[in-house]
Unconditional design. Structure first.
Length: 229
């Protein structure tokens, strides 16, 4: 009884189940590593980007700094959208656009869209992790059920019903369930970790967006700088 014996007695269904689990595991590992790297970079740049924006007295210099940030940096993109919305509204003063929406409403709408867009980007791969965590145990169980079914057929054909004849094939089939759990557990842990991490990032995005709205709508920032976490 063992993994090598299981491989030796596997048929097309078992091989399909095993390949599916391997693909699930590879996808899960990829998204865990990808999100871990992205979270580490974001953690190291968030306070620097926010503080630099507020500490730069020249608005053009602050916007130029935001434009220099990587495409994956969400806070700079939210600030740039707010700045572009305010500038666009100012350029069209006296037009029908300004009459229908004042500066505050126009900037607010741009910020909402930007925050929603960046929040969705933070969730890259989380659907895959959730799907793997929820389905991998059942895929492994399918392989186990099919393996036990084939083992019982072999046992019935051989006419041996003692514990030694049953334990080996059934034990081999149960390995597939263990593989399914081994694929699912890291995916579930990774999903929960990144969801919690993204919740904190989204809270910072909302706070930053509120400050940006006050700044671009009124020309001054309301409240003190958010404390570093």
């Amino acid at each position: 009884m063992g993994f090598a014996d299981m491989i030796e007695h596997m048929d097309a269904v078992n091989w399909t189940v095993l390949i599916v689990l391997i693909v699930m595991s590879a996808m899960s590992i990829f998204w865990i590593i990808y999100n871990a790297i992205k979270a580490a970079r974001l953690r190291g740049s968030t306070d620097r980007v926010i503080n630099t924006f507020w500490e730069t007295h020249n608005a053009q210099d602050a916007i130029r700094f935001m434009e220099e940030q990587p495409k994956s940096e969400p806070f700079s993109k939210v600030a740039l959208d707010a700045a572009q919305a305010a500038a666009h509204h100012q350029r069209h003063e006296g037009s029908r656009l300004v009459e229908s929406l004042n500066r505050s409403e126009f900037v607010d709408r741009a910020l909402r869209q930007a925050v929603t867009r960046e929040s969705l980007k933070l969730e890259d791969g989380l659907t895959v992790l959730a799907t793997v965590g929820a389905t991998a145990p059942f895929v492994g169980l399918l392989g186990t059920v099919w393996g036990i079914y084939r083992a019982l057929i072999r046992i019935g054909a051989s006419g041996q019903a003692d514990i030694g004849a049953v334990a080996g094939p059934v034990g081999e089939a149960l390995i597939m369930t263990a593989i399914g759990l081994g694929v699912a557990i890291p995916a579930v842990l990774g999903y929960n970790f990144f969801v919690r991490l993204n919740r904190g990032t989204n809270n910072k995005l909302d706070t930053f967006a509120h400050d940006l709205h006050d700044f671009f709508a009124t020309g001054s920032r309301v409240g003190d700088m958010p404390a570093k976490v």
